[in-house]
Design a protein around this ligand. Structure first.
Ligand SMILES: NC(=O)c1ccc[n+]([C@@H]2O[C@H](COP(=O)([O-])OP(=O)(O)OC[C@H]3O[C@@H](n4cnc5c(N)ncnc54)[C@H](O)[C@@H]3O)[C@@H](O)[C@H]2O)c1
Length: 449
């Protein structure tokens, strides 16, 4: 099939290359001319494992083109997908302005039968509005007679950054919201070769399914953070609690990692978006307001703990490993690490940071006074405390004796429990994880008096 995808971000580009790999002919459109020029030259615009290789492969196969000109590629399209950003407004409500502006542009150009697919995460009702925008623009352009040929589908995306290509190739499920049997069949054919259960449902249910999934994952994170906070107080070890809980198949092991809370471009905005959406429908979604509050508090708790251990942060040398919202990505949007670094600054700390991929994106968000180190060990040189804020594999492979040798005080505050199993106290470090009460590893905690 001929596919046009508007928006070449994490979702649009990964999906575009994924559909090309499935054998379709894909045109990727973006208003960012710099991004399109780089893609045209075979350069990946962001870090994602395997992305560059797939880009090369699909370009060599002639299955993908990149352009800023929607009008050039639209006439050939069987399906047009919208994958532009839907960031949160200050109120928490999703800003769907970019989605509507794409819809207006499509409508002003369209003259043939097409299935429009919204991949962006949008509040319930948005797909219908997108269709209305397209049809109104077609009518304005004198093509009202063709407007009924355009239909809409909601196919939300569930990929996770850091393993986005694998998630596209082998998703846990395909959620396909349509109005007609014909569109359902067309989308089933589009995904031919993807082995995953198909959930066919209404457009509105598909829109809500995306928010519900992200909100539940965020709820699990806030829940286990609450358990971790209780564990610290009562002398339990949250890691052992999680081990025992997660063997219950009704609970499972996923998203029960305590730490500094969730971040990223999806969870914070989607939880806030669902809370807003529910409120606008007249329903007070109490659970979600607590999920948000717990998440915000978790970051402050972490900084407070550091401040107490150091006896103040003014002019104290603090190293930070990890700026992205998690390992394996360069995405710093709504990253807990960025927020924590800003909190450290507000308290007068001298901060040196290191991230394997996210230093450049982070510069736009951080004070000019932040020092950027070339390696993880360099970042820790002279530090009185080292904060671990993203789960990069690289951080586990550091030489602990070298690290201890360069730090002023060998203290580690692990905001992800990422090094918790490495027995850092045996290398002479004071180690603080989240959700267990001493610096000693599990099983070797001092008995409570
Ligand atoms: N990033 C994720 O992990 C993820 C996962 C699932 C769903 N989503 C959802 O998918 C959507 C896209 O997210 P993303 O992270 O890929 O966004 P992104 O910010 O990485 O990319 C959006 C792209 O759209 C382009 N764009 C904006 N307006 C445009 C226009 N009018 N015409 C053409 N291009 C335009 C931007 O230049 C940018 O390249 C969001 O709704 C998000 O919630 C994201």
């Amino acid at each position: 099939m001929n596919l046009v995808i508007v928006g070449t971000g994490y979702v649009g580009l990964v999906s575009g290359l994924g559909f090309a790999k499935l054998g379709h002919q894909v045109a990727c459109v973006d208003t960012d001319a710099g991004r399109i020029a780089r893609l045209d030259l075979g350069e990946a615009p962001f870090y994602e494992p395997g992305l560059k290789e797939r880009l090369d492969e699909m370009q060599q196969a002639g299955r993908v083109v990149f352009t800023t000109s929607l009008s050039t590629v639209l006439p050939n399209a069987d399906i047009v997908m919208i994958a532009v950003g839907t960031p949160a407004r200050p109120t928490g409500e999703a800003d769907v302005g970019a989605v509507f502006s794409v819809a207006d542009e499509i409508g002003s150009l369209l003259a043939h039968e097409v299935l429009l697919v919204v991949k962006s995460t949008v509040p319930v009702g948005t797909n219908r509005q997108v269709l209305a925008h397209v049809r109104a623009a077609m009518a304005q352009a004198g093509r009202a007679d063709k407007a009924e040929l355009v239909t809409i589908a909601s196919v939300p995306e569930f990929l996770a950054e850091g393993r986005a290509l694998a998630d596209f190739d082998r998703p846990t499920r395909l959620v396909i919201g349509t109005d007609t049997e014909a569109d359902r069949l067309l989308l089933d054919r589009l995904h031919e070769g993807v082995e995953a259960p198909r959930v066919f449902l209404s457009v509105e249910s598909a829109e809500l399914a995306k928010y519900a999934a992200n909100a539940l994952l965020a709820t699990k994170i806030s829940f286990i953070n609450e358990i971790a906070n209780v564990a610290e107080r009562v002398g339990a070890d949250v890691r052992d609690v999680v081990r025992s809980m997660s063997l219950d198949p009704r609970i499972g092991p996923h998203f029960l990692q305590p730490g500094v809370g969730y971040g990223g471009s999806c969870f914070p905005k989607d939880v806030a978006g669902l809370y807003q959406m529910a409120g606008a429908s007249g329903y007070d979604f109490k659970l979600l307001s607590a999920v948000i509050e717990v998440n915000n508090r978790q970051r402050e708790r972490f900084v407070k703990r550091l401040e107490e251990a150091l006896g103040g942060l003014q002019k104290r040398a603090v190293a930070v490993w990890g700026l992205a919202f998690k390992g394996n990505t360069d995405d710093v949007r709504e990253s807990a690490a960025i927020d924590i670094v800003q909190r450290l600054f507000a308290r007068g700390a001298d901060v040196t940071v290191y991230d394997p991929q996210a230093m450049d994106p982070a510069r736009r968000h951080l004070s000019d006074r932040v020092q950027y180190a070339a390696t993880a060990v360099d970042a820790a040189a002279g530090a009185e405390a080292l904060l671990v804020l993203a789960d990069w594999i690289e951080f586990r492979a550091v030489s602990w004796s070298t690290l201890k040798g360069v730090m002023l005080e060998p203290r580690v505050f692990d905001g992800r429990n990422w090094l918790a199993d490495l027995d850092l106290p045996s290398f002479g470090f004071e180690y603080h994880g989240v959700g267990f009460s001493s610096g000693l590893p599990a099983g070797r905690q001092a008995p409570r008096a």
